[in-house]
Design a protein around this ligand. Sequence first.
Ligand code: ACO
Length: 322
Amino acid sequence: MFSRIAGTGHYLPEQCLTNAMLEQRVDTTHDWIVERTGIHQRHIASNGENAATMAVAAARQALAAAETDIAEIDLIVVATTSGDRAFPSVACEVQAALTDENIPAFDVAAACSGFIFAMSVADQYIRSGTYRSVLVIGTDVLSRLCRPDDRNTIVLFGDGAGAVVLQASNVPGIESTHLHSAGEFADLLGVNHPQRRESDHAEALSEAWMYMKGNEVFKVAVSKLSELVNETLVANGLTPDDLDWLVPHQANLRIIKATAKKLKMPMSQVVTTLADTGNTSAASVPIALDVAVRDGRIQRGHKLLLEAFGGGFAWGSALITY
Ligand code: ACO
């Protein structure tokens, strides 16, 4: 038994934050942001929107695309690190919004790589025969975790959600997934929960924003992603020529170009959304996937390499026949 993608969907908030708007807020320029990251604007969640509401909107689209009713879904897995609460999980909020049935729902926390990790979990349930239909969602509102005057982070992150319906199939869809973590890099990228820490509460509150040593993250990301795409191809007995599309995490155009170069893939075979979306963390890979499915670039039978790298560090890939 295999799992295949039956339908995809995504949601981006209407409100946009352009580079020109950021120039008014912090010491930065449109040209610096475009040259260093490739990002032109990001979508920002409005009041009334959060990780769960965006996830529900993306899930409804994916269910419609799969021509599947929520009644047929056996499990909901949500990749996120920016839910409103430590618990209940965002997945439980999504379950309540979509159905009265008590189907199991839980979150997976692997920062920007969360969607790949969640899809890998769902794939195991389907391959083992435990479940036949799983809703997998990546959703994040990282714009709310960036200190409003920190030019290092606010230029990078936007909000959004992406979703897929995975279904049991006799023919391969997800061919393999490859996951890695390296917790020793925790000081390079993260977000503290001050109230959960032992240290003095008031002092700790000042740390409640994302911290990132961008340049060091960049170097590890390029090197680990290069190893990862190689590992994925070797595991499947493929060469880069066998791939139709690279669907990368949308963190930085220079990181994406380095990975494409490693694969000797022209940028015309790489799906990029980051000019419009910025880095939407766990949502970035499923948003890019859905955009390219909906505009007709990704077709049934195409071979896709999905990859992501993020906080943890955690990084992962999936080789998929769409
Ligand atoms: N505008 C203008 N100048 C800036 C800005 C800004 N927004 N941000 C930093 N600078 C300055 C720096 O202060 C530095 O100035 P200095 O030379 O006087 O000290 C200069 O620009 C160069 O800074 P670097 O950090 O070396 O710039 P770099 O080329 O590395 O680009 C960036 C920075 C875009 C953050 C890049 O390092 C990057 O994308 N890193 C990866 C981040 C990432 O991928 N995160 C993904 C995971 S996120 C997750 O998992 C949730």
